[in-house]
Write a protein that binds this ligand. Structure first.
Ligand SMILES: Nc1ncnc2c1ncn2[C@@H]1O[C@H](COP(=O)(O)OP(=O)(O)OP(=O)(O)O)[C@@H](O)[C@H]1O
Length: 290
């Protein structure tokens, strides 16, 4: 992927007011009044959020803040109760996952048990666009698909080289280490040449050496023009690679800003410390398993 000169450098974000819901110079994803409730619990209530094109945005917040639910809603794996969102200037509200992915907004998933039983290469080919089904029409179109399959395999090999997974091409995905699985998840998401990636805790379970390499891969993808939004608990990772940080607490967007401003933001300190003060240590001892 070549760098697109039309993409404003993410550094331009540093000139923006660090306010929740602030307008961005080139928003790729825009959310308005997005609400998701579970029974009486309001898991997400985001009034306005813009994600800048070509930047790495970290979505942080204490446990239960609504980060994953927001990812699920936007990527079409869950439904919102209310709200609107658009991607590249076109409405995306309520679109199912496969249509969201086709529009170029792709999220990574942890390797499932079923995928662990396939080889690394098969995992990538399964993520390729236009996977064919069974039946008469597929049989008729087979010659067309051969070309597409060659193209998918070529793309898969490019990605395996890029992430240094080439030697593991024919190994079962289930035999990979935690870090290698994360690389495979990233490679799978890139098979469709997305415009924006949603990564849920990309560093979880990755050893420090591979974490550095993974961070390098993510920043290089950003430098090539990809927009990245990721949920992460590790603040070193957030500080290390993000251009912008959005903070959720109790379903709401409570703060936004460049990474260096976030630690001293009162709403962020409240969100994290308030949570701990609300939950006395004794409660942990009596708590149920989750
Ligand atoms: N399917 C569900 N059914 C009921 N409640 C849910 C469901 N999914 C999420 N919740 C609740 O919604 C709230 C937000 O959860 P969510 O997982 O989005 O938070 P999070 O910020 O991603 O947390 P973590 O950092 O711990 O993953 C939590 O109170 C959670 O218990």
């Amino acid at each position: 992927m070549a760098a697109d000169p039309a993409v404003p450098h993410p550094g331009r974000l540093s000139a923006i007011d660090p306010e929740p819901g602030v307008r961005k110079p080139d928003p790729l994803l825009i959310l308005d009044e997005v609400t998701r409730t579970f029974g009486g619990l309001v898991a997400v209530r985001v009034e306005h959020l813009e994600v800048q094109r070509g930047a790495i945005t970290a979505l942080i917040g204490p446990n239960g803040a609504g980060k994953t639910t927001l990812f699920n809603v936007v990527s079409g794996f869950d439904r919102a109760d209310d709200g609107r969102w658009s991607f590249e200037g076109q409405p995306l509200t309520g679109a199912p996952a496969h249509r969201v992915a086709r529009r170029g907004l792709v999220r990574t998933f942890q390797l499932s048990r079923a995928l662990a039983r396939l080889t690394v290469l098969e995992n990538l080919l399964l993520a390729a666009p236009g996977q064919r089904g069974e039946g008469a029409l597929p049989a008729l179109l087979r010659p067309l698909w051969r070309g597409q399959e060659r193209e998918s395999e070529h793309r898969a090999d490019e990605l395996l080289d890029r992430f240094r997974l080439g030697p593991l091409r024919d190994d079962f995905a289930g035999t990979l280490s935690g870090g290698q699985r994360k690389l495979l998840e990233l490679a799978r998401a890139l098979m469709t040449r997305p415009v924006m990636l949603l990564l849920d805790e990309p560093m979880a379970g990755v050893n420090p050496a591979l974490a550095q390499s993974l961070l390098g891969h993510i920043t290089r993808l950003r430098d090539e023009g990809l927009t990245v939004c990721f949920v992460e608990h590790d603040m070193d990772v957030v500080m290390g690679i993000s251009d912008w940080v959005a903070v959720m607490a109790d379903g709401r967007l409570v703060a936004e800003g460049p990474p260096h401003t976030i630690g001293r933001n009162a709403a962020v300190v409240d969100a994290y410390l308030g949570k701990r003060h609300d939950e006395p240590e004794a409660a942990d001892d009596q708590g149920e398993e989750d």
